[in-house]
Structures are given as C-alpha cells and as structure tokens.
Design a binder for this molecule. Structure first.
Ligand code: ADP
Length: 265
C-alpha cells in the first residue's frame, strides 16, 4: 500500500534520514521506534507530505505521493501529530468536524452523515460529553483524544500516529490502543505509529522499524527487532529482554543501578 523507496532528507546541512526504504501492506500495524532524534517524526511528516525528501520516492497504491493532490491524500491518510501548542478557539465538535472536510461536497456544508461520523468518532474516544467544550479549555490528554477523534472521523484508509499515547493516562492509553487495534483488525485500517514506548509497540504492532540516526537499523517482527543486542546497540544502554507473560511478545526491562558520581573537587 505504501512503498518508501530510498528516501533521504535534511532540514539544513545534516542528513536526518538516509536511504530509508520499506513497505507497508494494507491492513498492517507498523511501529516506528528509535531513540530521540533518530528521525521518527520527520519520517511521518514525509509520509503525509508535510515535508518532501531531497531524494527518493514514496508511492501510495503505486501512485507517487507527490503526484497526488492534497484532497486525495486527506481522503486516504489521516494523521495524529504530536501535540501542537496552538490553542484553538473552536469547540471539540467543530474540531472533529474538520476531519470531514475532505469528504464535503463543493458547497462545503456538513451533511447528517458528516455529523453522525463525527459523533461516532467522539463516542469511540469518549469525548462526546465534551463536544461543546472549547479546545483551549481541555487538558493535554483530552485534546489528544479530540485529535484522534478528528482523524477517525476522516474515515481514512491509513492512520499515521506520532506518539499517540504520550500525555494519556494508562486508562486512556489502553482504551486508545485497543480501539486502534480493533479498527485495524475489524475494519482493515492500516496503521503506522511512531512510539518511544517500545513495549507497547512490541505488544501491538505486527512489524517494527527500528531507526538509528536516520537509517533503518532493523525491520521485522517484534521478535526479530526487540532483542538485547539490537536495543543495546541502538540505545547505548544495558537492557534485559524477556517475554511478556500476557502477550507473549518481547519485553524490554531497564536495569537499576547506581550511577558513579564525579569525585568532588
Ligand atoms: P524523533 O522523532 O525520532 O525524535 P525527529 O524526526 O524529531 O526525531 O528529529 C530528527 C532530527 O532532526 C533531530 O536531530 C532533530 O533535532 C532534527 N530536526 C527536527 N525538526 C527539525 C527542524 N524543524 N529543523 C531542523 N532540524 C530539525
């Protein structure tokens, strides 16, 4: 469904992504993991064409992304970006309804179906009771759930999620992940999720892409990617990897030990 062919990208002088290639099949749940600054957010921004790579190409269902117009992209790909610090004077319902804009007719008026879809998405994310509230009167976690609802209201084929569970308490984290997993398994929604929570990515994703300094270090199933050797090499810290007894997936354990302090002068 999505083919990324050898893309490289730099903001200024230094390359931030180098020769990155991978494919995402329809209906897959793919996780992008890697240390801070390894290029996860940049990669997602390129996938939704906020940024263009200096070299390489991305194809969506065989069509080069750069040849698709914005409305076509928005009908197929929804994004939940990291928290923006802009505060909107809009209500929750108005914000979620903006997710319907790629589907509106030429008059740009919302139909009953648009309203129904927006309400359904707010129900899924438990934001319906907040529908009349202003966005700038919500907590960071509540705002995140509104943006998730907006992306779902868009009825996309692919959803790109950048650290979707940051800011959410464990109750809303698991509700969200289970909702996404259900949409993936029951409705065939394709998911690409950047996350620094590797244990969650290991539990939920079919396949992982581990980035190191803008290159793909390893790509494969959680069992192939989450190994003591790979994680220690890429993150530069000691870990132990065992199996989560509930999910059966690899689990990273951080080791507690005293840090040697510099001796006093
Ligand atoms: P990650 O999401 O893995 O933490 P990012 O994609 O955010 O990584 O960042 C990758 C690299 O690009 C980092 O070195 C970061 O400092 C740099 N970077 C990110 N955004 C910008 C920007 N707007 N301008 C210049 N450099 C940037």
């Amino acid at each position: 469904m999505i083919e990324v062919h050898s893309i490289s990208f730099r903001y200024h002088d230094d390359w931030v992504l180098r020769d990155v290639s991978f494919r995402v099949e329809r209906g897959e749940f793919v996780g992008v993991i890697g240390p801070n600054g390894s290029g996860k957010t940049t990669l997602l921004k390129i996938l939704y064409r906020l940024l263009s790579p200096q070299s390489g190409e991305i194809r969506f269902e065989l069509v080069p992304l750069k040849k698709m117009d914005r409305a076509d992209i928005a009908k197929k790909i929804a994004v939940v970006a990291q928290e923006t610090h802009l505060l909107f004077p809009f209500s929750v319902l108005e914000t979620v309804l903006t997710g319907r804009s790629p589907h509106l007719g030429s008059l740009m008026f919302e139909s009953d179906k648009d309203l129904e879809m927006a309400k359904k998405a707010m129900e899924w994310t438990k934001m319906l009771p907040f529908s009349g509230r202003r966005m700038d009167e919500l907590s960071g976690g509540e705002r995140k759930r509104v943006f998730i609802a907006r992306a779902l209201a868009q009825e996309p084929e692919v959803i790109l999620l950048d650290e979707p569970t940051a800011n959410l308490d464990i109750h809303h984290q698991i509700d969200f992940l289970n909702l996404i997993l259900t949409l993936n398994q029951e409705r065939g929604l394709t998911i690409v999720m950047a996350s620094h929570d590797m244990n969650t990515a290991s539990d939920f994703c079919d396949r992982l892409i581990l980035l190191q300094e803008g290159r793909v270090y390893k790509m494969g199933t959680p069992e192939e990617v989450i190994t003591k050797e790979n994680i220690e090499k890429v993150y530069g810290c000691e870990v132990e990897v065992d199996q989560n007894p509930f999910s059966g997936k690899p689990r990273i354990n951080l080791l507690k030990k005293k840090t040697p302090l510099p001796s006093s002068p």
